[in-house]
Ligand binder design. Structure first.
Ligand SMILES: *[C@@H]1O[C@H](CO)[C@@H](O)[C@H](O)[C@H]1NC(C)=O
Ligand SMILES: *[C@@H]1O[C@H](CO)[C@@H](O)[C@H](O)[C@H]1NC(C)=O
Ligand SMILES: *[C@@H]1O[C@H](CO)[C@@H](O)[C@H](O)[C@H]1NC(C)=O
Ligand SMILES: *[C@@H]1O[C@H](CO)[C@@H](O)[C@H](O)[C@H]1NC(C)=O
Ligand SMILES: *[C@@H]1O[C@H](CO)[C@@H](O)[C@H](O)[C@H]1NC(C)=O
Ligand SMILES: *[C@@H]1O[C@H](CO)[C@@H](O)[C@H](O)[C@H]1NC(C)=O
Ligand SMILES: *[C@@H]1O[C@H](CO)[C@@H](O)[C@H](O)[C@H]1NC(C)=O
Length: 398
């Protein structure tokens, strides 16, 4: 029966080339439209199963560039869901034109056994390309008030063990916790995205990176209640450029070394960014009593528009144990170059290191003025060596 049907279908297709062209728009590509999997897209109905079915076909497709279309002007309500690879091809496209929305009330979230801590999770996928102008709406408002502790709230979008990931032209709003997290990934680029949560929404980091390397984040607007980008343990070769951050807590390396842990970050290069009314700017924070290092980090060509604590290294971010623990996360080879604009805190530069010291810290072409007239910006420097040239306010470490 099935065989006969195929034969008839093939003959039919061969005889009607225009229809064939309409069904599969690009030769060699396979297109999947979420509406063909029973998704309603009314913003209310749980469409998770349709997405799971479509993902299964997308991930099993062997021809061309499997592409999932999530059409515009529709809103798909999703429960926590895991899209897991490995897939059959190294090139999976998701064209997100519409909106993915989390359940509106906290009590309506249903947690499958295989998912913890995140709303939409992609794992073990090579060559995932997500784009399309659509939106992730995490419905965080009720979470923020109902669960003050960050550990009880989920992230919105998570990429885990992905290689060669591309995320662009997407909007991310109102995550219960951080909007995007990237962990155990390599070779990712994220560009032209917009993250938007209210100032004061708790722990709503824009992008969190951990245990990942060769990551590029560029040309994006990040407005959030916490760090615009946080670079955590196990991350290296991270480039960040063309980011407008604010409101938010700036771009942070760390915190590292919490609870006495050994944690490392190296080769982080932040360029050509704007901090607009942020609570911090270029920040490195490590816990007392931890170990490991943060090294080879540059922040350059940065414009400050009323940032608080624009340049800050805090090697005593929080205390883990008392009794004067000798250990700390080593901070070295950090360069701040061409950072100009206004600070809303008098202490515009704070290099606050522990007794093990921060070494080879370079400040060059810095000109930060206090935002209100009548006072000059100041700097603090403790247990630091390095070179400080053409720097306003002047930095005195010896
Ligand atoms: C990365 O993914 C893109 C798009 O999916 C693909 O064209 C490219 O060949 C991949 N690169 C590698 C090194 O796999
Ligand atoms: C980061 O920037 C450096 C220097 O411009 C470049 O060599 C490297 O390829 C970049 N890496 C990524 C992942 O963009
Ligand atoms: C830090 O990252 C490394 C990978 O670079 C990992 O092996 C280690 O377990 C992580 N440490 C902690 C405390 O999570
Ligand atoms: C880190 O920076 C130092 C000093 O600039 C340099 O000697 C070293 O090679 C760098 N490390 C890496 C991994 O590039
Ligand atoms: C300093 O950074 C700004 C961007 O904030 C850039 O426009 C300018 O060209 C840079 N100046 C130098 C000398 O690199
Ligand atoms: C520093 O910035 C202020 C305010 O923009 C400006 O008036 C001053 O000339 C600058 N100083 C230097 C040395 O560039
Ligand atoms: C800072 O101190 C370290 C460790 O003592 C030393 O290796 C380095 O050369 C010093 N750097 C400067 C610029 O003095």
């Amino acid at each position: 029966m099935e065989g006969l049907f195929s034969v008839i279908f093939v003959l039919f297709v061969a005889a009607t080339p225009t229809l064939y062209a309409r069904v599969t728009p690009n030769a060699g590509s396979s297109s999947f439209n979420i509406l063909n999997y029973g998704a309603k897209g009314d913003g209310q109905t749980d469409d998770s199963q349709a997405f799971e079915k479509a993902w299964h076909e997308l991930c099993s497709a062997t021809e061309g560039t499997p592409t999932l279309l999530i059409p515009k002007e529709k809103s798909f309500m999703l429960q926590p869901v895991l899209f897991k690879g490995p897939c059959k091809t190294d090139n999976i496209n998701i064209e997100l034109q519409g909106t993915l929305v989390a359940p509106e009330s906290v009590d309506a979230w249903k947690w499958p056994d295989n998912i913890k801590g995140g709303w939409i999770k992609f794992s073990d996928i090579n060559g995932l390309v997500m784009s399309g102008g659509g939106t992730f709406d995490g419905q965080g408002a009720e979470w923020w008030t109902k669960y003050p502790s960050a550990s009880h709230r989920p992230s919105a979008l998570q990429f885990l063990s992905c290689k060669n990931l591309s995320l662009s032209a997407t909007n991310h709003m109102n995550s219960p916790k951080n909007h995007i997290s990237i962990s155990k990934c390599s070779d990712a680029s994220i560009f032209n995205i917009h993250i938007n949560s209210p100032e004061g929404s708790p722990n709503t980091d824009g992008i969190d990176i951990s245990v990942s390397s060769n990551i590029l984040i560029k040309d994006s607007l990040i407005q959030s209640g916490d760090d615009c980008i946080a670079i955590n343990n196990g991350s290296s070769f991270i480039n960040i450029t063309g980011i407008t951050c604010g409101p938010g807590h700036g771009i942070s390396v760390g915190s590292l070394g919490r609870d006495g842990k050994f944690e490392t970050v190296e080769e982080v290069h932040v360029r050509n960014c704007i901090f607009k009314g942020t609570k911090n700017g270029a920040r490195i924070k490590t816990w007392q009593g931890g170990s490991g290092y943060a090294r080879n980090i540059t922040f350059e060509d940065i414009l400050l528009e009323g940032a608080k604590n624009p340049i800050i290294i805090d090697q005593n971010y929080k205390e883990y144990q008392h009794n004067g623990l000798a250990e700390a996360v080593k901070v070295s080879d950090v360069t701040y170059r061409n950072i100009t604009g206004t600070s809303v805190s008098v202490e515009a530069i704070s290099l606050n290191c522990d007794s093990i010291g921060c070494t080879d810290i370079v400040l060059n072409q810095i000109n930060i003025t206090f935002a209100s007239p009548g006072k000059n910006a100041q700097s603090l420097c403790k247990n630091v060596n390095g070179t400080f040239t053409s720097c306003i306010p002047t930095v005195n470490c010896y």
